[in-house]
Design a protein around this ligand. Structure first.
Ligand SMILES: *Cc1c(COP(=O)(O)O)cnc(C)c1O
Length: 376
C-alpha cells in the first residue's frame, strides 16, 4: 500500500515508543526490559517498533509466532528474540535457523529442538515455562525438574531461563499474583536443588512490571505499556506513558441532512434539526468496530469531538458535524489520538466496547497503511 490514495492510515510516533521504553526501564532498573512485539507490534508495526525499543535500550524482543521472529530476522534485526509459546514440532528447524529462543514445556518439543540443533555450531537457548496458575500453557510445577533435566542432558541445548506468566497482574488487589510468584520460586528452587543452573527467571508483563515490584526478577517482558497504553484502568497512571498511535482519516463527502432523515444502514440515527454530516472512508473492515455507532462514540474534526452518526459500515462512517458546520472535504479526522486540545485514546474505545486497549490496536486491519515518524 505504498501509493496512498485513501487517506485513512495508522500513524505511529516512534519517539513515543522510545520514551515509554525509557520510562519503563527507569521504573524496572536495574532489571532489563524485553520489548514484546507480537501481533505486528500490537498493530503498530513490529519492525519499526522493535528498532525503536532496542534503540531506547531494550535488551531483547519477544514474539508469539515463529513467523513473527522470522520477520524480524528478515528485516535484519539481530537482537535476541524470545518465542513466548512452544513452537509446533514442525517449526523446530525454522526456530534454530532463525536463532529464535523458544519457550518449551514438553518433552516432545525439547527432543525435536535437540535433534535439529545437533547440527548447529552453538547451543540453542531454550526457556522453560512453568504454569503457576494461569493454566494457558506451561509445564505443571511437578514436571519442571524432569524437563529441565531433559534440556540439561541435550548437548545442543542450553537452559536460558525458567519463567512464568501472571494471570491477574493488571488487578493489583487480587492475591493470585503473590501465590503465582511463590509457586514460581518453589519451581526454580527445585531445578537448582537438582543441580541445574537457572541463569534467568522472569514473570512480569507490563502490569507485573508496573504494579508488582516483586515480579521484576531478572527481566521484564513489556508489551502494551511500550505502546503507551495502560494494561488496565487500575494500573493506569502509575507510570507516565505516551500513546504512540494515531488512527487518522479525512472527510470524503459532506452533505446537509434534514431533520428526521435517517442515515446509514438501518437508518438507526436521524438528526432532530438539519445538520451537516461528513462521510469518512474508514469502517469495520479497518477495525472501527460496528457497535461503536450505537454507543455514542466520537471522532475529532476541526479540533472538536463529533459523534459517529448511525451504523458503522464496512468502508465508511458518517459523522454529525453539527448544524452549519464548515467542515469540508479533505479535513483531517482523528479516530484515535490527539487533534488540537482534544484526545481520544484506545482505552476510551475499549471502555465503550467493554474490552481492553490491546484488542483495539491489534484489531486495526492490515488494509490501513502504517506510517512511522521519529527515529526512536
Ligand atoms: C503478551 C505477553 C506479554 C506482554 O504482555 P503485556 O501485558 O502486553 O505487557 C508478556 N508475556 C507473555 C507470555 C505474553 O504472552
Amino acid at each position: 500500500m505504498d501509493a496512498r490514495i485513501r487517506p485513512s492510515r495508522v500513524e505511529v510516533d516512534l519517539e513515543a515508543v522510545a520514551a515509554n521504553v525509557r520510562a519503563l526501564r527507569a521504573l524496572a532498573a536495574p532489571t532489563p526490559l524485553w520489548a514484546v512485539v507480537k501481533a505486528d507490534g500490537y498493530g503498530h508495526g513490529a519492525v519499526p517498533v522493535a528498532r525503536a525499543a532496542l534503540g531506547a535500550g531494550a535488551a531483547g524482543l519477544a514474539v508469539a509466532l515463529v513467523e513473527e521472529g522470522q520477520a524480524l530476522r528478515a528485516a535484519g534485526i539481530d537482537a535476541r528474540v524470545l518465542l513466548l509459546s512452544e513452537p509446533p514440532v514442525a517449526g523446530a528447524r525454522a526456530v534454530v535457523e532463525a536463532a529464535i529462543e523458544p519457550t518449551v514445556y514438553s518433552a516432545e518439543v525439547i527432543a525435536a529442538l535437540a535433534a535439529v540443533a545437533a547440527d548447529a555450531d552453538r547451543p540453542q537457548a531454550v526457556h522453560l515455562k512453568v504454569d503457576t496458575g494461569m493454566h494457558r500453557v506451561g509445564a505443571a510445577p511437578e514436571d519442571v525438574v524432569a524437563l529441565a533435566a531433559a534440556v540439561d542432558r541435550a548437548p545442543a541445548l542450553r537452559l536460558a531461563s525458567v519463567w512464568t506468566h501472571l494471570a491477574v497482574a493488571d488487578e493489583p488487589e487480587r492475591e493470585l499474583t503473590a501465590v503465582q510468584l511463590r509457586r514460581f520460586d518453589e519451581a526454580v528452587a527445585a531445578v537448582e536443588v537438582a543441580g541445574i543452573a537457572v541463569p534467568e527467571r522472569h514473570a512480569a508483563n507490563s502490569a507485573g512490571l508496573i504494579a508488582h515490584p516483586a515480579a521484576r526478577l531478572d527481566l521484564v517482558r513489556a508489551g502494551i505499556a511500550i505502546y503507551g497504553i495502560a494494561p488496565s484502568p487500575e494500573v493506569a497512571g502509575m507510570v507516565e506513558l505516551r500513546p504512540a498511535l494515531r488512527l487518522v482519516s479525512a472527510v470524503s463527502h459532506v452533505k446537509t441532512v434534514a431533520a428526521g432523515e435517517g442515515v446509514s444502514y438501518g437508518l438507526r440515527w436521524a438528526p432532530e434539526e438539519d445538520t451537516v454530516v461528513a462521510t469518512v472512508p474508514i469502517g469495520y473492515a479497518d477495525g472501527v468496530r460496528r457497535r461503536l455507532g450505537g454507543l455514542g462514540a466520537e471522532v475529532l474534526v476541526g479540533g472538536r469531538r463529533r459523534r459517529i452518526a448511525g451504523t458503522v459500515t464496512m468502508d465508511q462512517i458518517l459523522v454529525d458535524c453539527g448544524p452549519g458546520s464548515a467542515v469540508a472535504r479533505g479535513d483531517e479526522v482523528v479516530l484515535i489520538g490527539r487533534q488540537g486540545d482534544e484526545e481520544i485514546t484506545a482505552e476510551d474505545w475499549a471502555e465503550r466496547l467493554g474490552t481492553i486497549g490491546y484488542e483495539i490496536t491489534c484489531g486495526l486491519g492490515p488494509r490501513l497503511p502504517r506510517t512511522h515518524t521519529g527515529n526512536g
